[in-house]
Design a protein around this ligand. Structure first.
Ligand code: ADE
Length: 247
């Protein structure tokens, strides 16, 4: 049984889309995962298969009806035993820890909204997780669902060549990754940091850690604060107060 993504959407043609290519595409061909869609329009009501209506309380745009969304979700096999995830800018920000949790299970159900959103009651009734991929507004959840799936599929067993390449990178250790260099050693007058050519593995590891810490401190003060707090906690817990970084 391969890891299964079921996408509930008004635009089933958008899947697997770019995930039919490259790493995810090869994994799809090898049956390491599979991608099914449920066309929400086919659960629409009346002559026009209506899926949405005007918002109670007034305001712009249209809201997806709870009965239609519920019928679409009810058509997904074993949805009760899978995380059902609604992609929305109102959601909790997606993090690598969530991706690991999704990959550890048998699959996910992804609900993609268009219009102003989905009636809140169906989200509550079905204990739907609300997830955002960042602080910007997309025109619908489909691209966000593709992003979430890409992040999951690359972690599935057998998808990536070397076991370590999946996790030894930005975020897994709570830091951004160090910068990378390859040949030529000099390019347009720019040289590769000398330590990387030294063959001194301890020095290379120390330089990389320092670069990771610098990048994180400058670019992601939020990640840095969490990392720093974690370091301090461990040092205090270990009784090593003399070298504590607490300041
Ligand atoms: N739908 C629209 N914008 C989104 C976002 N930023 N994240 C997840 N789903 C979305």
């Amino acid at each position: 049984m391969s890891w299964k993504a079921t996408v509930v959407t008004l635009f089933p043609e958008m899947f697997p889309g770019p995930l039919g290519q490259s790493l995810a595409g090869r994994a799809l061909e090898k049956d390491l995962w599979n991608c099914e869609t449920k066309d929400m329009r086919s659960f629409g009501l009346g002559r026009h298969n209506a899926v949405d209506d005007t918002p109670f309380g007034g305001g712009a745009g249209m809201v997806m009806r709870p009965d239609v969304v519920d019928a679409a979700l009810a058509s997904v096999d074993h949805a009760e035993s899978l995380p059902v995830i609604y992609l929305t800018p109102r959601g909790r920000p997606l993090a690598q820890a969530d991706v690991r949790r999704y990959v550890a299970g048998p699959g996910v159900v992804l609900l993609c909204g268009r219009y102003e959103g989905v009636d809140e009651r169906v989200l509550q009734a079905r204990a739907v997780e609300q997830v955002s991929i960042g602080d910007y507004i997309l025109s619908g959840g489909e691209l966000a669902a593709l992003v979430l799936l890409d992040a999951c599929v690359r972690l599935l067993p057998g998808v990536m060549g070397s076991a370590e390449s999946g996790e030894e990178e930005s975020f897994s250790g709570g830091l951004l990754e160090y910068p990378h260099y390859t040949r030529p050693a000099e390019w347009q007058g720019r040289v590769v940091p000398e330590v990387l050519l030294s063959g001194n593995h301890a020095a290379i590891a120390a330089w990389r850690r320092e670069q990771s810490e610098m990048a994180t401190r400058e670019r992601r003060p939020d990640l840095w604060a969490a990392y720093d707090a974690h370091l301090n906690r461990n040092m205090v817990a270990g009784g090593d107060l003399s070298t504590s970084r607490r300041h």
